[in-house]
Design a protein around this ligand. Structure first.
Ligand SMILES: [Zn+2]
Length: 120
């Protein structure tokens, strides 16, 4: 028979077979830590979104107005296409993927960077 152990401290458990922790103290620490990890992930994603926004802003500043650039030139700067805050359908049918007030939309194989007006 397997000896069950506390998920938090690893101590041997006695009593009910559905018991996961030796006491409330261990249970509380365990769930507190899990919440802590979740928060760290949220903060990491926020960091990536802010970085994405900064990259879009830089590329827009460096390129001529309305000029298309390659996706690779964003990736080279560390842009993560996986992360965006929302999508907007502007006058075109293709969605603009936004990181806060900056966004891009695909035009053929290239992309156009646009500044997006956020709701007040
Ligand atoms: Zn324990």
């Amino acid at each position: 028979m397997n000896q069950r152990t506390c998920l938090q401290c690893g101590a041997a458990l006695q009593g009910r077979s559905d018991k996961k922790f030796c006491d409330d103290y261990c249970r509380n620490i365990h769930y507190h830590r899990q919440t802590g990890n979740g928060l760290r992930q949220v903060l990491n994603i926020q960091k990536m979104l802010r970085k994405n926004r900064k990259i879009l802003e830089e590329c827009l500043r460096l390129s001529e107005a309305g000029k298309l650039i390659s996706k690779a030139s964003l990736e080279d700067r560390g842009y993560r296409f996986k992360y965006h805050t929302h999508t907007e359908l502007l006058r075109e049918k293709t969605p603009t993927y936004c990181c806060f007030d900056m966004g891009y939309r695909s035009v053929g194989t290239k992309i156009e960077i646009v500044r997006v007006r956020l709701p007040e």
